[in-house]
Ligand binder design. Structure first.
Ligand SMILES: CC(C)(COP(=O)(O)OP(=O)(O)OC[C@H]1O[C@@H](n2cnc3c(N)ncnc32)[C@H](O)[C@@H]1OP(=O)(O)O)[C@@H](O)C(=O)NCCC(=O)NCCS
Length: 186
């Protein structure tokens, strides 16, 4: 297997979104399947991403950082051109929280556990620190998604709350953890 160092991580543009959505539809097949914990708050077997999420990417990628609805996406590209992983940042819904961003990410099943998740996190955090005034990165993660929770804790995220029984998915109760990473003081 190739090392994750052979992958290129680059910002995504509008032309990348169609292949990105195909990759995400495939990624979603892992949700709660074959030993992968639930990572999306939908029942296992849901075949496609919600249309609203696609629209949020299509619109948000052209919205200036700090304006309502902004989003930025980075893709890890394998030597053959396939998408191996992604990370995205988006503005929070609260108008008074433009100094914070929300993070989402995933790594294709064949590339996991080779350091790509760590690289993707570092890419998004580096951009936010160097190219924006964003001071905090927040995320929500299902508390039983141990691979993701471990990745975030090891990257320096702090769990600020764990809400018991926040989600009921396919008749099972799940806690939701809220995590945050401070990029700068003030
Ligand atoms: C969570 C996820 C992004 C991790 O990506 P990855 O590329 O495999 O992560 P890395 O190889 O960079 O791992 C970095 C560290 O995270 C932790 N980690 C990652 N996968 C782990 C696992 N399966 N079990 C325990 N710890 C794990 C380890 O501490 C690891 O460091 P180590 O390998 O030196 O022990 C990947 O498993 C994934 O895409 N899962 C499905 C989607 C998902 O959960 N997205 C996040 C939703 S909030």
């Amino acid at each position: 297997m190739d090392s994750a160092q052979t992958l290129t991580i680059r910002p995504a543009g509008t032309a990348d979104l169609a292949p990105f959505f195909a990759y995400l539809d495939d990624h979603l097949r892992d949700n709660g399947a074959d030993g992968t914990p639930l990572f999306q708050p939908v029942a296992p077997g849901q075949p496609r991403l919600p249309a609203g999420l696609r629209i949020a990417f299509i619109k948000g990628i052209d919205i200036a950082v700090g304006q309502p609805g902004w989003r930025r996406l980075w893709l890890a590209i394998a030597p053959g051109g396939d998408i191996a992983g992604h990370v995205d940042l988006r503005g929070r819904p609260e108008p008074a929280a433009t100094h914070r961003a929300m993070l989402g990410m995933g790594v294709h099943r064949v590339w996991r556990r080779r350091g790509l998740g760590r690289r993707l996190l570092a890419t998004a955090a580096g951009w936010a620190r160097d190219d924006t005034d964003i001071g905090w990165i927040d995320l929500e993660v299902l508390s039983d998604n141990l691979p993701a929770c471990e990745l975030y804790v090891r990257a320096g995220f702090t769990t600020v709350a764990r809400v018991a029984d926040m989600l009921r998915i396919a008749d099972a109760s799940h806690d939701l953890s809220y995590m945050t990473f401070r990029l700068r003081q003030g």
